[in-house]
Design a protein around this ligand. Structure first.
Ligand SMILES: [Ca+2]
Ligand SMILES: [Ca+2]
Ligand SMILES: [Ca+2]
Length: 273
């Protein structure tokens, strides 16, 4: 995706981001190399154990555009790539073919769909992403955004005022799995931990983020996916939703349009209730 290369500094920052990841994350497989994450022989995934598209209880009767609701969790979540704890949470779905702010390479047929569920306990926000695609999953590239990946954006203060500040973070977790938190220079690491698990349809990513760095009630939030179908750069990028709002004219000058990673006016919201 040529657009992403417009910022060389961002690319150079990847290694810094990956290496500066929470050192305690290894307990939960964060930062563990690709061969040991999700390939643990003790984790047996069967079709029955991974019914991820059918929440048992529809929590939200009405779809609220712009807003993802994190449900209160009753059990201590296990960071394992399996959505057991979030079975009662609404799954918010997207398809690359109808994604917001999408960027699709010439010749690319949109071939990825995904969903996210959110929950919270007293200390953490939990996010569960499930990704489905027909083609082989790619993790060949150095840049996280050049591989199959999920991405999400946090505005901890929920001001969504434009330029990324110390409370604003772009996070990309790719198929390898390798993590990036961008920009790498804004000081406050959100301290995420995550696990990526391969599935027959694609892969899942289960993430938790300390609430200490987030607003108590609502945060700015957006999420999306990258699809790399042939190795090298990714062919597809898209978001679940983009907030209709006046954009920040001075924010994304390195790119050809407003993007969620450089303009927080693009973000929707996530609510802790
Ligand atoms: Ca889990
Ligand atoms: Ca792919
Ligand atoms: Ca790639």
């Amino acid at each position: 995706m040529a657009m992403r290369f417009a910022s060389l500094a961002t690319g150079l920052g990847l290694f810094t981001a990956a290496c500066s990841f929470q050192p305690d994350g290894a307990v939960d497989n964060v930062g563990v190399d690709a061969t040991s994450v999700g390939d643990d022989a003790s984790v047996v995934i069967t079709a029955d154990a991974r019914v991820i598209d059918a929440p048992a209880v529809p929590v939200d009767a009405a779809f609220e555009q712009n807003l993802i609701r994190a449900v209160a969790l009753t059990a201590a979540p296990l960071l394992d790539g399996i959505p057991t704890e979030l079975a009662g949470a609404t799954r918010y779905a997207m398809d690359m073919a109808s994604a917001a702010n999408s960027e699709l390479a010439s010749g690319y047929t949109p071939s990825m769909s995904a969903g996210v569920r959110a929950g919270h306990d007293a200390t953490h926000l939990h996010l569960f992403f499930d990704v489905a695609e027909a083609k082989p999953h790619q993790g060949d590239s150095t840049n996280t955004w050049d591989n199959d990946a999920i991405t999400f954006y946090l505005d901890g203060a929920n001001d969504r005022s434009g330029a990324y500040g110390s409370d604003d973070h772009e996070i990309i977790i790719d198929y390898r799995p390798v993590y990036g938190i961008y920009p790498t220079t804004n000081g406050t690491d959100p301290g995420i931990e995550a696990v990526r698990l391969p599935t027959t349809e694609g892969f899942t990513v289960e993430v938790r983020i300390p609430r200490s760095s987030l607003n108590a009630q609502r945060i700015g939030f957006a999420w999306g996916v990258y699809d790399d179908d042939g190795g090298g750069t990714a062919e597809g990028y898209g978001l679940w939703y983009v907030r209709p709002a006046p954009r920040c004219a001075s924010c994304c000058t390195s790119f050809t349009r407003a993007e969620a990673w450089c303009d927080t006016t693009m973000l929707g919201e996530l609510s802790f209730n």
